[in-house]
Each structure stands twice: as structure tokens, then as C-alpha cells.
Design a protein around this ligand. Sequence first.
Ligand SMILES: Nc1ccn([C@@H]2O[C@H](COP(=O)(O)OP(=O)(O)OP(=O)(O)O)[C@@H](O)[C@H]2O)c(=O)n1
Ligand SMILES: C[C@](O)(CO)[C@H](O)COP(=O)(O)O
Length: 240
Amino acid sequence: MSQQPRYWAVIPAAGAGRRFGGPVPKQYLAFAGRQVIDYSLAVFIDHPRIAGCVLALSPEDEWWRETAYAAHPAVQRVAGGAERSDSVAHALEALAERAAEDDWVLVHDAARPCLTRLDLDRLLEALRDEPVGALLAVPLHDTVKTAEDALGPRVEHTLPRQQLWRAYTPQAFRLGQLRQALLQCRTEGLAITDDASAIEQLGLRPLLLEGRADNIKITRPEDLPLARFFLEQQQEQQLR
Ligand SMILES: Nc1ccn([C@@H]2O[C@H](COP(=O)(O)OP(=O)(O)OP(=O)(O)O)[C@@H](O)[C@H]2O)c(=O)n1
Ligand SMILES: C[C@](O)(CO)[C@H](O)COP(=O)(O)O
């Protein structure tokens, strides 16, 4: 009888946080008594169905050793790459040495510290009978315009909002398939900003699983106090 697939977390944390600014990458900023990265990791490390975590860090990273999980046995570290997709690919190569091709990999940004246990449980449940893979996402509630660069920021089109979702993380796919998809994108010189895009290039359609809108990515300075507020709300509602 084939072995049940295991579930692994891959945490890309090798970014420089240029849009945020400052000397310290945003994943290492003080956050609710710990650091941003500690919360992004904890939800996986504390989950009984997550077999382990692979963390992609910048080769110049000088902050990781000061974090709460620096010596945690469940966290394997690899060197990140120039782009987020390279960091994920490096983590998958390391994971392939101890995981099965059909194991599930949940890729989650270190810059998203507000993922709740409930949303992670829902994603794991959705994977039970899922043939392709799934990502947490939120339907868009703003109207979206496109603009032709040549015309400057003037409206070109308004997109039909009913079809638009904000892709979040975790994004969950089979280890073997995601490795193959990322390699194909790299070979074709295709720049991608999330893991689902690589799977889509294989002609597959991942499941969009509606999650909490407060699972935000800390990208710009104004995101940090917002994320702190969301975390406090989650703690008050005992969602963590
Ligand atoms: N070469 C990279 C770039 C990004 N990331 C990670 O991917 C996640 C999402 O990326 P983003 O929010 O863009 O982070 P940064 O690249 O640090 O931000 P910026 O683009 O503003 O520099 C973050 O956890 C970041 O650390 C990574 O592991 N390797
Ligand atoms: C993966 C992601 O968080 C999904 O929304 C997003 O694409 C990351 O983009 P970034 O520019 O690397 O932050």
C-alpha cells in the first residue's frame, strides 16, 4: 500500500525588503514580542501534520541566528536565490533528498506572519482530494484598472471584478510537480511572482481556497502596524 503523503513547509525568507526600506529585512522586524519570521514559522512548527520546514535565507543573512527558532530541529536552512522563485527552488532541491515526489509542499512567505491555524487546517483539508494543488486567496473587493505605461497612469481598462482574486500563501503543490514546473519556468526565462504561476504553466488550474483577508504580506512600512493590529485581533478571538 502506498505511503500516505507528508506535508512540508517551505518558507522563502531571503528577501531584502527593498519596498519596506530600512537596514533590517522586514521578516526580522520586531513583531508582537518576537520577530515577524517567528510567527510565520510557528504556525507550521506547532502543527502536528507538518513534517518539517525548509527555510531559504539570504547568504548574507546576519539576523536568523537571533530568532526564536534559530536552533529548532524542525527547521532546515538553505541558501536563497536572486528571486523568490529561486529561493523556493533551492528549498525544494534540499527537501527532495528526504521527501517523496508526491509529498505536499506548502510554500508560505516569511513576510506573512498573520496566517492562522484555522486557515492552515482548511488548506490541509482541501488537499485531501485535490488533484492539482491549492492556494489561499481572497476575492478582490476593489475595482481594478489597467494602465498602459506609455500613456502614464491613465486608465486603459476596468477589469471585471467578479473574476479577480488576490493570491496569498501558503500555496500547496506536490513536491515533484512544483520542482518540475519551477525548472520549466527557469529554462524558459519566465519570471513568476508566485508558485501557482509555475503550475499554471503546465496547463493546470490550482484551487483558489478563500482565506482570511488579514493574512497580509508585509511589503511596505504601512503594512507593519496593520499586521500587528490583525495579529492582536486574532489573539483576542483565540484564532492563534
Ligand atoms: N530572492 C528572494 C526574494 C524574496 N524572498 C521572500 O519571498 C517573500 C515574498 O517576497 P517579498 O515580499 O517581495 O519580499 P522582498 O523581496 O524582501 O521585498 P522587496 O521586493 O520589497 O525587496 C518574502 O518572505 C521574502 O523574504 C526570498 O525568499 N528570496
Ligand atoms: C507569493 C505572493 O505573496 C502571492 O501574492 C506574491 O506574489 C509575492 O510577491 P513579492 O513581490 O515577491 O512580494
